[in-house]
Design a protein around this ligand. Structure first.
Ligand SMILES: NC(=O)C1=CN([C@@H]2O[C@H](COP(=O)(O)OP(=O)(O)OC[C@H]3O[C@@H](n4cnc5c(N)ncnc54)[C@H](OP(=O)(O)O)[C@@H]3O)[C@@H](O)[C@H]2O)C=CC1
Ligand SMILES: Nc1nc(=O)c2c([nH]1)NC[C@@H]1CN(c3ccc(C(=O)N[C@@H](CCC(=O)O)C(=O)O)cc3)C=[N+]21
Length: 297
């Protein structure tokens, strides 16, 4: 239906934006190094979830590239939860570690909430600890989840103000959909959150000036759901026979949208850059320094 139209959307280059963000982080980190402070990020991976592997691949390298220390802990899938909690306790107490990320999902014998809430909230660079979730929801200074923070940066960069825009978030997970909705609300967008029980999703979507798709289904959002000129942020990471694709039918949506993020090269690189941003912010706060410029919402 839309195939005959030319591609008119501006491509939102998350990869380039993330590279520029990392360069600013590196500059600010070297300023800290001059004061004898080197930020440290610990990543804990339990088992071998494929989505998490994708994430971990480039992360350690980028952490070192911006001048931070990277500590990686790989535990077997059958690790008892008590052992993981003991590791988190050690990382909480380690002054060289400013950020702790426990890769999700965890193996099914573990309780995700117990594990996340064991992380020192000041080192919770994912922003998943209940204290940070509550702080974000109530407008208090929080650690903000990386993927939604990255989406917000791209949206602000493209649109300027989000005030009064109709925003549709598709997906209500604790790691993407819900915190994304909170951030859009903070920026005074009018926010709708859709999920698997939402009625008439295509019609809802046609009213949205901003669409953030975080569903986990390839090509789920169709081109004819997009309001002409809308800004489309595709969070989805789906491995298919055609390679890595998002949740949006990119070829069709790019003929209707005003701007759209690609997959790969859109939100994914922003997630990693925002993880480094949060690590720098956590390091500054731990050392009584002001928050680094431009890294917090
Ligand atoms: N680029 C990046 O940096 C990142 C990408 N991702 C990717 O983003 C995607 C979403 O991740 P995540 O939030 O963790 O996924 P979840 O599986 O936790 O959540 C998916 C959400 O989509 C909703 N959904 C499922 N089917 C439908 C449907 N037919 N109509 C409307 N809504 C539907 C679900 O609804 P319900 O709640 O009713 O089940 C749920 O709320 C995945 O592809 C993931 O790999 C994730 C994190 C970072
Ligand atoms: N505690 C926790 N926090 C997370 O933030 C978290 C997690 N667990 N578990 C897994 C998901 C997934 N996720 C991605 C981040 C970056 C890319 C990314 O950089 N993607 C590249 C493509 C990489 C490739 O080519 O394979 C891109 O989109 O361009 C992908 C996926 C973070 N997650």
């Amino acid at each position: 239906m839309t195939a005959s139209l030319p591609i008119t959307a501006k491509l939102i280059d998350g990869k380039a934006f993330a590279a520029a963000l990392r360069a600013r982080i590196a500059t600010q980190a070297s300023g800290m190094a001059a004061q004898g402070i080197t930020p440290g990020l610990a990543v804990v991976l339990v088992g071998e979830d494929p989505a998490s592997q994708v994430y971990v691949r480039s992360k350690g390298r980028m952490t070192r590239e911006v001048g931070m220390n990277s500590y990686e802990h790989r535990l077997p899938a059958d690790t008892p939860q008590a052992d993981l909690l003991a590791l988190i306790d050690r990382l909480n107490a380690d002054p060289a570690v400013n950020g702790i990320l426990v890769q999700l999902p965890l193996p099914s014998h573990m309780d995700e909430f117990s594990v996340i809430n064991a992380i020192d909230p000041a080192k919770d660079v994912d922003g998943f600890h209940i204290l940070n979730v509550g702080r974000l929801a109530t407008g208090q200074k929080a650690m903000v989840p990386c993927t939604p923070l990255g989406c917000l940066m791209l949206l602000r960069d493209h649109l300027g103000s989000l005030s009064g825009k109709n925003a549709l978030v598709i997906g209500r997970s604790n790691i993407v959909g819900k915190p994304m909705a909170q951030l859009l609300l903070r920026d005074s967008a009018t926010v709708t959150v859709a999920h698997s029980r939402t009625a008439n999703l295509p019609d809802l979507c046609r009213q949205a000036d901003i669409v953030v798709a975080a569903v986990g289904r390839a090509h789920f959002v169709r081109g004819d759901w997009i309001k002409p000129g809308a800004t489309v942020i595709d969070v989805g990471i789906n491995r298919t026979d055609d390679g890595l694709v998002g949740d949006v039918d990119f070829d069709a949506a790019a003929r209707v949208a005003g701007a759209i993020t690609p997959v790969p090269g859109g939100v994914g690189p922003m997630t990693i850059a925002c993880l480094l941003a949060n690590t720098l912010t956590a390091t500054a706060r731990a050392n009584g320094l002001p928050d680094p410029d431009g890294l917090t919402p």
